[in-house]
Design a protein around this ligand. Sequence first.
Ligand code: PLP
Length: 377
Amino acid sequence: MSDAPHPFREAVVDLAAIRANVAALAAQVAPALAMAVVKADAYGHGALPVARAAVDGGADWLGASDLDEAIALRDAGITAPLLAWLHDPGARFAPAIERDVDLGVSSLHQLNEIAQAAASVDRIAAVHLKIDTGLSRNGVAPADWERVVRAAAELERDGRLRVRGVFSHLANTSPAEDAAQVAAFERALDVASAAGLTPELRHLASTAAALRRPEARFDLVRLGIGIYGVPPFGDGTTAADLGLVPAMTLRGRVAAVRRVEAGTGASYGHAWRAEHATTLALVPLGYADGVPRQASNRAEVWLAGARRPVVGRIAMDQFLVDVGDAPVAVGDEVVLFGDPSSGAPSADDWADAADTIGYEIVTRIGVRVPRRYVDDR
Ligand SMILES: *Cc1c(COP(=O)(O)O)cnc(C)c1O
């Protein structure tokens, strides 16, 4: 047991899977360029190793949400084109401009702040103007768009900044509503060009639209969840259906084994009782590690060569699995999710059990779970 190949709990990230997913998606969307989105610590996979793997796999761009994430990538030696788009009100843009981070712009105020920051470091900032086409989050409000593009064109003529891109984000509500957003985006592009802007990168699609709406690809697609091998749709489409490989495997080792009699209650509130004598295995991961409590009594794990049910409430540090009469021992490997071709559940299976989406399952893996990188080419 002491020489077991993996510790108590860990998330194994296969960088070869990231590379292969980026390559497969980039080939599918070509001639559009591919941006690999590595925000939120690369959806919990680790921003720096994923950024390197994505570039190796052929990503033309990297995307972060916050400036701090983008700056950390630059300071770690990542030189690929890089865009950051979600800024806090007091954001300090100058350090990002000095590091050649392109900046998303969602308001006239941001545009002016970026122009000032660029002047303060004697640089020309590259910006991507974001139009809200219907998601109602950030992005320039449609009523303000003309004013913003005119101001941007003036700053560009004055040599203060360069408008490299115009972008927006889809609500993925329905084909009809996506089509309405595509049309609104095209109108916004017309307004921008009438103001004298010539953005070389028009981008709208994230993974879902990149795969299913070729007309939304424009010059660049922003690929997040797909590069991690997790399907974006939540409709039963698997990673394999999309030619993708799940990059993350969440696993641990059985911490205790207990034989129980019929009628024995398990875990808090005795939300489950044994119907007959059986063996329970204790798995040392809990909601502190991102295992959703909502999946209590619903999810499955891979243990002792089969899928086995999670029984009773998932606690902060641990949960129980009913292994029946299988000969399970302390130290045995248990896989919560990974590549379903190995028999293990997928992150999507856990999402179904917890009434959420695969995005949330991988992104919420806690800090107590070490990430280990492998490269199974
Ligand atoms: C997170 C994000 C993406 C990536 O979305 P996926 O569905 O993970 O591909 C793309 N664009 C923006 C603006 C985002 O915030």
